[in-house]
Design a protein around this ligand. Structure first.
Ligand code: FE2
Length: 322
């Protein structure tokens, strides 16, 4: 069972402490577990509710994120979906695996237990995990995520670009916008920015993570790719999100500058508290985030090019899921 073996390989508390400040790669042992073999993946896909299965395809130009499309599985069963990921240009995002699959939930909890044991003082909560199964040439466009996140790579090879926050590519307004859901999490991107990136070729048995809000993009370079993407919060990560959200909210509500993003001292604590109070008061409450939802424009089809069969305009529909 997962909790019987150390899932993190040779991590030190110093390394883990670096994780919140640097783009960071470390070793793990998930790729040795049978939970990520084809048989288990098919079984997982078979049991997974389709409403929590994201199916996407994309183009080849990292600047053209308008090529990102949402699809549906049609009548395909789990084995056929895995085959489409192996041979097509498909990105399967098996969302919320902890909610639907106890054995994977146990694994993620064991990972975080290991992490917290390795780094005394580290406190993580709101754990969640998505299992990503994707085609040899698939990619994910430049974007940033609100929680802290870690990518545990298990099968295939992928190249990851992470753009350090210090390079100044992302403005505070952009982070606020993403947190408010007012902006798609995929942001405008210029290939020239790759010069500023930390680039890593991710192998099975490696995990990559970066400081919260660090923009990143991924291109698969070899084979069927399987990775577990985990997300968590820490008190500091929650404070950071709340400070950005408070800045935006109080600027809109009261005017003035409200742009400091420091996390130390009494001011950010007071801002976080004030935001929490506002959330309880009708009239002062910030609008809940509205994520962008893509229309469904293709169906997975093992006979079609890239296993992507575009839907006729008349067969398209808006997604039913939240
Ligand atoms: Fe991400």
């Amino acid at each position: 069972m997962p909790h019987m073996l150390r899932l993190l390989e040779a991590w030190t508390p110093e390394q883990v402490a670096r994780m919140e400040r640097n783009i960071f790669v470390a070793q793990h042992r998930l790729h040795r577990l049978e939970l990520f073999d084809d048989v288990y993946l098919i079984n997982l896909l078979d049991r997974h509710p389709r409403r929590d299965l994201g199916i996407n395809t994309m183009g080849a130009d990292p600047e053209r994120r308008s090529d990102w499309q949402e699809g549906r599985a049609g009548n395909l069963d789990a084995e056929q979906l895995l085959e489409a990921a192996r041979t097509g240009l498909i990105w399967l995002n098996i969302r919320r695996v902890m909610d639907h699959h106890p054995e994977y939930a146990e694994l993620v909890r064991a990972l975080y237990d290991d992490l917290e044991r390795t780094c005394p003082g580290l406190q993580t909560y709101h754990h969640s995990a998505n299992l990503l199964i994707s085609s040899p040439g698939a990619m994910v466009y430049y974007h940033l995520d609100c929680p802290a996140n870690m990518l545990w790579h298990v099968r295939g090879r992928k190249r990851v670009w992470a753009y350090p926050l210090e390079s100044g590519l992302v403005s505070d307004e952009t982070i606020e916008g993403v947190l408010c859901g007012q902006r798609s999490e995929e942001l405008d991107f210029r290939a020239a920015w790759d010069e500023l990136a930390v680039v890593h070729d991710l192998e099975p048995g490696e995990m990559i993570t970066w400081p919260q809000h660090t923009p990143h993009r991924v291109v698969n370079t070899e084979g069927l790719n399987v990775s577990l993407s985990t997300e968590h919060m820490t008190p500091r990560a929650a404070r950071r999100n709340n400070v950005y959200l408070a800045n935006r909210h109080f600027r809109e509500l009261l005017g003035g500058e409200w742009r400091r993003t420091q996390l130390e001292g009494w001011r950010p604590a007071a801002k976080e508290l004030a935001l929490r109070v506002c959330r309880r008061v009708p009239g002062l409450r910030p609008a809940p985030p509205q994520g962008y939802r893509y229309p469904i424009t293709f169906e997975v089809d093992l006979e079609a090019d890239n296993c992507v069969r575009p839907l006729e305009e008349s067969h398209r529909r808006e997604p039913a899921l939240a």
